[in-house]
Design a protein around this ligand. Structure first.
Ligand SMILES: [Zn+2]
Length: 110
């Protein structure tokens, strides 16, 4: 995937995340509709909105950082080991900052 395509996809993701974050910070009824896919959970709407907001905010940060890496010419390289992030991984997750191995290590540390 070339960086022009990557940038476009990241910008689209950013716009979508901004919209979602706007919804989540706003109307609880909209949140209930927005999160209807995981109905059945006994979380309150406010709890669910907060959890989704946390995820969306973290993802937004990852997308912004990926756009910055494009600007710096560092996009597509793992931020930990410096090896190229596999193309298929970037296709699936254009905001990925790490190769699968480094991401795995990082998640195990949590
Ligand atoms: Zn790595």
């Amino acid at each position: 995937m070339d960086v022009t395509t990557a940038r476009e996809r990241l910008k689209d993701m950013l716009a979508e995340l901004d919209r979602s974050i706007g919804v989540l910070k706003g109307d609880p009824v909209a949140v209930r509709e927005y999160s209807a896919a995981d109905a059945g959970s006994d979380l309150t709407d406010a709890d669910r909105a907060q959890a989704m907001l946390t995820v969306a905010t973290a993802q937004r940060r990852a997308v912004v950082e990926a756009i910055e890496r494009i600007d710096e010419g560092a996009y597509g390289r793992c931020v930990d080991c410096g090896k190229p992030v596999p193309e298929g991984r970037l296709e699936a997750r254009p905001e990925a900052a790490r190769c699968v191995q480094c991401q795995g290590k990082r998640e195990r540390r949590r």
